[in-house]
Design a protein around this ligand. Structure first.
Ligand SMILES: [Zn+2]
Length: 137
């Protein structure tokens, strides 16, 4: 059973490539925006990496239920894709309005994308253990 430390280490490993791939706006050269967006990603992946075990603490080997299930993983994927789409819409609206400063809505959606990616990574790691993941619960 992977420990919290393992999940946090993995979230640290996936944060920068994930941020670069999904979040980073290559057209935006504002350093303050870059820092705020990276901090949102780091906060999101840190929270998301341990969230499944907050919902279903590892008190015994068969603790994995609905929030560790493949079905919930699909819900998280949908949630993350919605947050990513919302981020792009808020970003486009800001640029059309001529506002340079990243908005709170963008930062919130970046946080939610980070939570989703790290949550899924947690499920993938748990899925490769002998107990695997339940389908529904
Ligand atoms: Zn777990």
């Amino acid at each position: 059973m992977p420990r919290r430390k393992t999940h946090k280490q993995r979230s640290a490993l996936i944060t920068l490539p994930g941020h670069s791939l999904l979040i980073n706006d290559k057209e935006d050269n504002n350093l303050q925006n870059k820092i705020l967006e990276l901090l949102s990603t780091i906060t999101g992946t840190t929270v998301g990496s341990t969230l499944p075990d907050k919902f279903e603490p590892a008190f015994h080997p068969n603790h994995r239920s609905f929030f560790h299930s493949s079905v919930f993983g699909l819900i998280v994927i949908r949630f993350g894709l919605d947050a990513l789409q919302n981020l792009k819409q808020y970003r486009d609206m800001r640029k059309v309005s001529g506002i340079e400063q990243v908005s709170l809505q963008e930062l919130l959606n970046i946080f939610l994308v980070g939570v989703s990616v790290a949550y899924l990574d947690h499920l993938i790691v748990d899925g490769f253990t002998p107990n695997g993941l339940p389908l529904f619960q």
